[in-house]
Ligand binder design. Structure first.
Ligand code: BGP
Length: 477
């Protein structure tokens, strides 16, 4: 058995274009969903406006201004010893409206510059094609992923990216946290994932029907993208990307156990389809029972079968607990409870390092594919001292505890793990709240929730700690 991680283990960090790049109207970029989302907070959800209103603040417009700081940022990543860096390609930089035939050369050239800079520094880019930012035109004109037309538009975008960058990028992901939209009671989750804005009159049953339909089109688009990538270059590795939150039963009561199991199945069926190439039986039975009728063609089923993924990427932040009450539907899991055995961060996200080991082995046993942790980390308030330091011992502790469990999964459980890319390695805008003060980074970015500040970068204490971890390949944490 291995004593530690493989030599080419991909240590690094992760971000997403719309939360990090800023420059939302430069280089011919079009407007995306994220450009219409106002600042929120833990208590107040972000508003999804139809037009950019002068008296509102839109944090993604400026974000961390990576667009103008990429050389400096990549230098900092190299200093930490990064082997890989995950970001996304903003769809709107390549196709500003999403439905053009010809791509925007200035957008393509920007990512060439970023990828070249990374490779020059010995860092391989790991790329998500769609991370919560479809062109707003596709939302307005086609109703986002509720429309089958999106399959062709997305796969054209995917084709252009694979074709252009296949010599620079080996690891790809199709849709970020594709399974987040199963939380169809959260309008934000569904909007971010599929560009569907629910009308106020819509019933929960209609929401559910719409969610499953949009998810089906996305799954077909993803499978098609996998096939396209392999045709262009058979060495490309294309994965799915799931939000993985284990759901524990609240007790050993059989009802709780069945409830928790079904809640996890419902949230993770996306992985089954991505990996197996077909819908699981329980879901087909559920569709029938609920009268959910989807537009699924025989050709779709062949595409799903032929476009199974090469690996499974996932985010891990927290776990949940499910308790069955007799008015619950076994598949209705929206009302998950906090687990009294674990603590939470300031935004209520439960901190559960053992849950990471559980997740890794759960996925290994179910899907038998290489796994890739492409998000993990602690959102916390940081304080910049007058001499520009951040003493973030709490972050070091969080990451150390999670890496320890990840190591056990690799060394003791035999999990095939490609790498570890903690989230928001350089501070960025929070996806759920739009805040800047919910920080994850090893590097502090001097900007507040309104983008005010010098945008200067300052390494935190965790920067030097992570640098050592990477240098000794995780043998000394
Ligand atoms: C994931 C998203 C990321 C990221 C992260 C942290 O769900 O893929 O985009 O933002 O969560 O969430 P937040 O930014 O809300 O703290």
């Amino acid at each position: 058995m291995k004593k530690t991680f493989v030599d080419n283990f991909l240590w690094g960090g992760a971000v997403a274009a719309h939360q990090f790049e800023g420059a939302y109207q430069e280089g011919g970029k079009g407007l995306s969903i994220a450009d219409f989302m106002t600042l929120g907070s833990h208590e107040t959800p972000r508003e999804l406006t139809d037009a950019i209103e002068a008296d509102k603040y839109y944090p993604n417009h400026l974000a961390s201004d990576f667009y103008h700081h990429y050389q400096e940022d990549i230098k900092l990543m190299a200093e930490m010893g990064f082997k890989a860096f995950r970001t996304s390609i903003a769809w709107t930089r390549i196709f500003p409206n999403g439905d053009e035939t010809e791509p925007n050369e200035a957008g393509l050239a920007f990512y060439d510059r970023v990828f070249d800079e990374l490779l020059k520094n010995g860092i391989q880019p790991v790329i998500t094609l769609s991370h919560f930012e479809m062109p707003i035109n596709l939302v307005k004109k086609y109703g986002g992923w509720s429309n089958r037309k999106l399959i062709d538009l997305f796969t054209h975008f995917a084709y252009v990216c694979f074709d252009r960058y296949h010599e620079k990028v080996k690891y790809w992901m199709t849709f970020n946290e594709i399974n987040n939209q199963t939380n169809y009671l959260s309008d934000l989750s569904v909007y971010e994932n599929s560009g569907i804005k629910f009308s106020p009159e819509i019933s929960p049953a209609e929401k559910e029907q719409l969610m499953y339909q949009a998810a089906h089109y996305e799954l077909v688009a993803s499978a098609k993208a996998v096939q396209i990538a392999h045709t262009i270059d058979p060495t490309l590795q294309v994965g799915c990307m799931l939000a993985f939150c284990p759901i524990y039963p609240a007790s050993s009561k059989p009802e709780d156990i069945l409830f928790a199991q079904r809640a996890m199945d419902t949230r993770l069926y996306f992985g089954d389809v991505h990996v197996n190439g077909y819908y699981p039986n329980w879901l087909k039975a559920y569709f029938e029972e609920k009268g959910i009728k989807l537009d699924i063609t025989p050709e779709d089923l062949t595409i799903l079968q032929k476009g199974t993924v090469d690996y499974i990427a996932f985010s891990y932040y927290m776990s949940f607990m499910a308790e069955y009450t007799d008015h619950d539907d076994y598949r209705e899991y929206q009302d998950l409870r906090p687990n009294p055995h674990v603590k939470a961060n300031d935004w209520g996200w439960q901190i559960d390092p053992i849950g990471l080991r559980y997740s890794l082995t759960w996925m290994m046993n179910r899907w038998h594919k290489p796994l890739f942790i492409v998000e993990n980390g602690l959102g916390a308030y940081d304080e910049l001292t007058t001499d520009h330091q951040v003493h973030d011992q709490y972050r070091i502790e969080y990451l150390r505890n999670h890496i320890e469990q990840m190591k056990k999964a690799v060394v003791e459980d035999g999990v095939d793990l490609l790498g570890y890319l903690p989230w928001g390695c350089i501070d960025l805008v929070s996806a759920s709240t739009g805040e800047m003060k919910k920080r994850y980074g090893f590097v502090y970015v001097d900007a507040d929730d309104y983008g005010k500040g010098s945008m200067k970068r300052y390494p935190k204490d965790s920067f030097y700690w992570y640098q050592k971890v990477i240098a000794n390949n995780g043998s000394d944490l």
